[in-house]
Design a protein around this ligand. Structure first.
Ligand SMILES: Nc1ncnc2c1ncn2[C@@H]1O[C@H](COP(=O)(O)OP(=O)(O)OP(=O)(O)O)[C@@H](O)[C@H]1O
Ligand SMILES: [Mg+2]
Length: 458
């Protein structure tokens, strides 16, 4: 039922393992080293579980595990260890493995552990859904009065008047797609009913199908209870399908049917369910492009795209930055029961110049960080914030982007970013850059006198 990736260089172990898992009704993809497993994981095929050997030539199992935790934190990992290596097992659990299994083991043993791992990720998802259900009831304010955001507001008002129109919200990660979705729900007639979210990118198609539509008892190995899917649970309300572009073709057809006829069947059942749910979908990819490439059904695209709402990236609405900053500072003040902290105009200017690849979410993180690290209790200073955005810019800049810029600018950026890295420690900074502390001091003094550096924090 689930799709499992296994990674072991030893085929004497790998082949029977694959066979046992297939007997347990799972789809198995086998690889023989860490790099191959990683490339499968980023191939677009979605996996529900990784089982990896510990001792492998190119990359150790724990190294693979750590890399996987970075790129796919939600994927459970089971580590296979040789007899008696308890330290490895401890190391694995610390690095975030779901469990480990000692070799040799048999098919029953591994299938029990696999069942536990899959159940664990299902529960985790369910908790996240429950959390989002309660959170959804209190919509977060939507800040921003720039021209583009006002346009978004007008659209929200319009779609909220209809309680059935499907909405497609497009925008880069962190632009506020979920914020908009909640607003639509809470300003519509459906507001007293639940709103549920499903992330289509997080599960393989089989598990996603059962997540969306539910399953009957005994529909597949491990389905020991009947379970309702999100469409049934959201009846009368709204369902938010996040990252819709990632949904597999077989499910696209089923989704189209729900959209057109409001009908579906639970996995393993022939009884047709009828629901009344508004669908809001989000995507940070160009869906038209996916249609042209044949990855996304054209009819489904048109069915979803009844009302498109495009959320512009933050860099295209920097007018909203000051208001957003103040909003986040108000939130913090309320949460921590402290006085509101002002933000210096210089800090705002620095923030408005930055290009925000992570959009509003990134801005929120910066404000949280400034709140924690700022020494001055009443204010967020430019001197605190400016070096951060500069170092982010440099970290994100490619050589091509730096090429053609005045050397003096690049030098200033590198110096400030290094200073930031060493938390303002001048001796360490100078040593890292291979210049004298006096030289560093003189440069900083000069920039400050020229008014290019805000305040004497650095
Ligand atoms: N206009 C806004 N006003 C206030 N807060 C906002 C606004 N837009 C986004 N945020 C905040 O920024 C964070 C990211 O927003 P959200 O989760 O809606 O983004 P998203 O587009 O769904 O991102 P992803 O594509 O990664 O799912 C949230 O904490 C949200 O509260
Ligand atoms: Mg989102």
């Amino acid at each position: 039922m689930a799709r499992i990736l296994i990674c072991d260089d030893d085929e004497v172990m790998r082949d029977p393992l694959a066979a046992w898992l297939r007997e347990g009704d799972h789809e198995v993809v086998a690889t023989s080293d860490g790099p191959a497993a990683l490339s499968k994981l980023s191939s677009g095929l979605k996996f529900d579980l990784l089982i990896t050997d510990y001792r492998m030539p190119k990359m150790r199992g724990t190294e693979l595990l750590m890399e996987v935790k970075r790129i796919k934190p939600e994927l459970p990992v089971i580590l296979m260890t040789a007899h008696g290596t308890v330290e490895t097992a401890v190391e694995a659990m610390k690095a975030g493995a779901f469990d480990f299994v000692q070799k040799p083991f048999n098919g029953d043993e591994i299938n029990i552990i696999v069942g536990r791992a899959l159940e664990w990720s299902r529960l985790k998802l369910e908790n996240a859904a429950l959390r989002s259900m309660t959170e959804m009831s209190a919509p977060r304010p939507m800040i921003g009065t720039s021209e583009v955001m006002n346009e978004v507001r007008r659209k929200i008002e319009l779609v909220a008047q209809s309680s059935t129109a499907t909405v497609l919200i497009r925008g880069e990660s962190g632009t506020g797609k979920e914020v908009v979705a909640r607003h639509i729900h809470s300003s519509s007639e459906r507001k007293e009913r639940p709103m549920l979210a499903v992330n289509c990118a997080a599960l393989s198609e089989n598990l996603l199908e059962s997540e969306l539509f539910g399953h009957e008892k005994g529909a597949f190995t491990g389905a020991d209870k009947m379970r309702r899917g999100r469409f049934e649970l959201a009846d009368g309300g709204t369902i938010l399908l996040d990252e819709i572009s990632e949904i597999a073709p077989s499910l696209q057809a089923k989704l189209l049917r729900v959209l057109q006829e409001s009908q579906f069947e639970r996995v393993g059942s022939s009884v047709t369910q009828q629901v009344d749910v508004r669908v809001i979908a989000t995507s940070n990819r160009d869906l038209e492009q996916s249609v042209r490439e044949g990855k996304f059904r054209e009819d489904l695209f048109y069915r979803l795209n009844v009302v498109p709402i495009d959320l512009p990236p933050l860099r295209a609405r920097v007018d909203d930055v000051p208001e957003l900053c103040r909003h986040f500072l108000h939130q913090i003040a309320k949460r921590e029961n402290k006085a509101f902290r002002h933000i210096e105009p210089e800090a705002l200017r620095a923030l408005q110049k930055y290009n925000w690849p992570g959009n509003v979410r990134e801005l929120q993180n910066i404000i949280e960080r400034a709140h924690v690290l700022e020494r001055d209790p009443g204010v967020i200073r430019g001197a605190t914030v400016e070096p951060w955005v500069i170092s982010k810019e440099i970290a994100g800049a490619s050589l091509e982007q730096l090429a053609g810029k005045p050397l003096a600018d690049i030098e200033k950026k590198v110096i400030l970013s290094t200073l930031n890295q060493f938390r303002g420690h001048r001796i360490k900074t100078a040593a890292a850059l291979g210049i004298g502390v006096r030289t560093l001091g003189m440069k900083l003094k000069k920039w400050r006198e020229e008014g290019e550096l805000v305040e004497a924090g650095v």
